[in-house]
Design a protein around this ligand. Structure first.
Ligand SMILES: Cc1cc2nc3c(=O)[nH]c(=O)nc-3n(C[C@H](O)[C@H](O)[C@H](O)COP(=O)(O)OP(=O)(O)OC[C@H]3O[C@@H](n4cnc5c(N)ncnc54)[C@H](O)[C@@H]3O)c2cc1C
Ligand code: FES
Length: 264
């Protein structure tokens, strides 16, 4: 059940150039506990000129299930994420969040199986909680631009066998995440992925070729985040049961979809 709640800022730090690591303690009993991997929150920045919440994936839930970790990329100086990055626990104790939003990854389908967890760039954060919960033989493939980016690689290493790809070949496979899957001849029972749209298209094609079921998280542009504005529609193979059209709203029906059910 989604709610707008106030959350205490426990800590915030720049983990690497422009990438921020934020721990929040929602002041609503059971909020963090209810989160499933792949869900997101809408974060209201304190900049009054920016009314819409910014959709940010839940990267991790604390061991005691009381707090949430968000990892996000800061935009330019006039963006909501820029004002968010200026907050810290000492000076500005709380921030409002709306959530938990969306439908996450189907964890139960991968439990005990051989999984392929694929992430690119700022699509990597939700994969941390996912790989933690899977209790499976995880193979995790993540892609960065170059060797200067390593965010969350250490965290993911604790939950599976990690493979890297960089566009310039400075670490791991030279190329994209699909090149890394091929180079390492990785097979799996199920694929989970989150990242930029070109990466998700390549993962969808790979899954079809290898005949492996795949679940992809579409982190597209959003406005209301709660299904009201139709600003996040994706074409689907099946007709939607309520609207009778081949459309789904990423914010409420997704962001995770079965890859062969969406046209991307
Ligand atoms: C389900 C989901 C999960 C996401 N998870 C993360 C994450 O974990 N870490 C992270 O860094 N980014 C994530 N994003 C992308 C993030 O929401 C945008 O980068 C962010 O909203 C941009 O806001 P801004 O204040 O920097 O830019 P602004 O230019 O101030 O944003 C203007 C408006 O456009 C929307 N918007 C702009 N870019 C995007 C985008 N790429 N996706 C969705 N809405 C956008 C904003 O919500 C806002 O309403 C996620 C997006 C979605 C949809
Ligand atoms: S963002 Fe408004 S309907 Fe999805």
């Amino acid at each position: 059940m989604k709610k707008r709640v106030s959350a205490r800022i426990l800590s915030q730090r720049e983990m690497e150039n422009g990438i921020f690591d934020l721990w929040l303690n929602p002041m609503e009993p059971g909020f963090a506990e209810a989160v499933s991997p792949g869900q997101f929150v809408g974060v209201y920045t304190k900049d009054r000129s920016k009314l819409l919440p910014r959709p940010i994936s839940i990267c991790e839930v604390s061991g005691d299930r009381s707090s949430l970790r968000l990892v996000y990329r800061r935009g330019g100086t006039n963006t909501g994420t820029y004002s968010l990055s200026l907050l810290d626990g000492q000076t500005c104790g709380t921030v409002d969040i709306l959530g938990p939003l969306g439908n996450g990854f189907p964890v139960e389908k991968g439990k005990g199986k051989k999984t392929l967890i694929i992430g690119g760039g700022i699509g990597i954060p939700p994969l941390v909680e996912l790989s933690k919960r899977l209790e499976a033989r995880n193979q995790i493939v993540i892609g960065y631009r170059d060797r200067t980016q390593t965010f969350l690689a250490r965290d993911l290493e604790d939950h599976g066998k990690l493979f890297l790809a960089t566009e310039d070949g400075s670490r791991g496979t030279k190329g994209n995440v699909v090149d890394a899957v091929r180079e390492n001849q990785l097979g799996a029972d199920i694929i989970y992925a989150c990242g930029p749209m070109p990466m998700l298209r390549a993962v969808k094609a790979l899954a079809a070729e290898l005949k492996i079921p795949a679940y992809i998280s579409l982190e597209e542009h959003m406005a209301c985040g709660v299904g009201a504005c139709l600003g996040c529609v994706v074409k689907t193979k099946e007709v939607h049961p309520h609207t009778n059209v081949n459309n789904a709203r990423i914010c409420t029906d997704g962001p995770v979809f079965e890859a062969d059910q969406v046209e991307i």
